[in-house]
Design a protein around this ligand. Structure first.
Ligand code: ZN
Length: 151
């Protein structure tokens, strides 16, 4: 996709520097209701001087909360968030891996209580600074690839 220009938005959120090809996963994680009457622009594989390629999402009339946003670090650790009001960026921040991930990433241990027929929701705790440093709260298993275990 080349030279796609997305119009500036008046009020809303811009998620930039998304890992190329993951924008739809990001929308899914954010649980943005696409049936609502909101303008959402998605650019995938846009050229980026810094990263080579990136995805971008713009959502009108919605300001993301930090809790929603930090989940994104699991799929796209370099994403940056800009909150726009009246065409101006009033807040800009990078996503950070959350100290705890509940319910959205499966534990890798198939015998874990969170993977049983009547499972309890998964709960992973951050135990280091690398993107994959998470440990299951219930069985203690160190996770190897949380990105591929998103529910
Ligand atoms: Zn576990």
């Amino acid at each position: 996709m080349k030279d796609l220009r997305i119009n500036p938005i008046k009020n809303g959120t811009v998620i930039d520097h998304i890992k190329p090809g993951t924008a739809l996963k990001v929308l899914d994680l954010l649980k943005i209701d696409v049936t609502e009457n909101k303008e959402i622009s998605v650019a995938m594989w846009a050229h980026s001087k810094k990263l080579g390629y990136k995805d971008i999402i713009k959502v009108e009339d919605m300001e993301l909360r930090p809790k929603q946003v930090n989940l994104l670090a699991v799929v796209t650790p370099n994403a940056s968030i800009s909150i726009i009001r009246d065409y101006k960026v009033i807040k800009k921040f990078k996503v950070e891996l959350p100290s705890e991930i509940e319910g959205i990433v499966k534990c890798e241990n198939l015998n874990c209580i969170t993977n049983q027929r009547e499972p309890v929701p998964s709960r992973l705790l951050k135990v280091g600074d690398e993107p994959q440093n998470y440990r299951c709260f219930y069985c203690g298993r160190d996770q190897e690839n949380i990105t591929s275990n998103i529910i």
